[in-house]
Ligand binder design. Structure first.
Ligand code: T3D
Length: 264
């Protein structure tokens, strides 16, 4: 695999694939990598037939967060404005992953630390290989979890575990991450690739508009009360009831045959 470019992009058969590609630095983020990642996500959004996105890392790690080599400050020098970096890079990244109108599968192939862990959590389905781990490493360098971490952690694992992970920065195994409800699945290393590919194939042939609406509704449920959620469900269901895939789903069920969804 080439390391010339920090982001690899591939597309075929409805499946877009983005690989973080700085393996010798555990795929940690630089400004250049963020710019390429933004461009790749824009490409997915513009890909007419894209029905699922895979995000993964090259080499033995998924992502070790911000490249700290870019953050070393000489004595007496002005520190980097990290807020500006977050605004320029991490906020648009998390929001773009959440807004994509198709499922985003994050295949966590190894350690996910700092913002790398939280970018994974911004994806819709996180499948981690058993030897992977999640580390809220921020507390070790005097920072707080960013890239949505404070929100994802509290919502998924509850306040007590979120506080422990964020304050101690301990390594959370992929198995515990799945058991705690932080991620979807922990898979044995030798079954990891096959499981990811089966999941991608399933999602790439599913009713894409319906999946996008599920994503939107579940995200909305994090912020709004039941009454508003019921209204959103009504509106999305009304829209989906007019889709080709709903018609095909019902027709196939009645005909006792497998459906063939087009994503429309
Ligand atoms: O813009 C902003 O600044 C704001 C955003 C901040 C968000 C953040 O993400 S802050 C948190 C940054 N990340 C970390 O603090 C994690 C740092 N890395 C580690 O703690 C460890 O590398 C790991 C626990 C992730 C993995 O440990 P291990 O033993 O498996 O690997 P290693 O030997 O530490 O790393 C392998 C190489 O990658 C090594 O380089 P070398 O010695 O082979 O030349 C290491 O220095 C490099 N590396 C790992 N993480 C980073 C990194 N280089 C730069 N930045 C990194 N984050």
């Amino acid at each position: 695999m080439t390391t010339d470019t920090p982001i690899l992009y591939a597309y075929a058969d409805g499946i877009a694939r983005i690989t973080l590609n700085r393996p010798d630095r555990l795929n940690s983020f630089t400004d250049a990598m963020h710019a390429e990642l933004r461009a790749a996500l824009a490409r997915v959004a513009a890909e007419p037939g894209a029905r699922v996105l895979l995000l993964t890392g090259a080499g033995r790690g998924f992502c070790a967060g911000q490249d700290l080599a870019d953050r070393a400050v000489a004595p007496g020098a002005e520190p980097v404005d990290i807020g500006a970096s977050i605004e320029r890079n991490y906020m648009p990244l998390v929001l773009a992953l959440r807004a994509l109108p198709l499922p985003v599968v994050c295949a966590v192939n190894g350690v996910a630390a700092g913002a790398g862990a939280n970018v994974a959590l911004a994806c819709d389905l996180v499948i981690a290989t058993r030897s992977a781990a999640f580390i809220q490493a921020f507390c070790k360098i005097g920072l707080i979890p960013d890239a949505g971490g404070t929100s994802f952690l509290v919502r998924r694992v509850g306040a007590a575990r979120a506080m422990g992970l964020a304050l101690l920065g301990d390594k959370l195994s992929a198995a515990d991450a799945a058991a705690w409800g932080l991620i979807w699945q922990c898979v044995d290393d030798d079954a990891f690739t096959a499981t990811v590919e089966t999941t991608l194939a399933q999602l790439a042939t599913a009713p894409t508009r319906g999946l996008a609406a599920i994503k939107r509704a579940l995200q909305a449920a994090e912020d709004q009360p039941l009454a508003a959620q019921l209204l959103l469900e009504r509106d999305l269901q009304r829209e989906l009831g007019r889709s080709d895939d709903y018609r095909e789903g019902v027709t196939a069920f009645m005909a006792k045959r497998a459906p063939s969804f087009t994503g429309r």
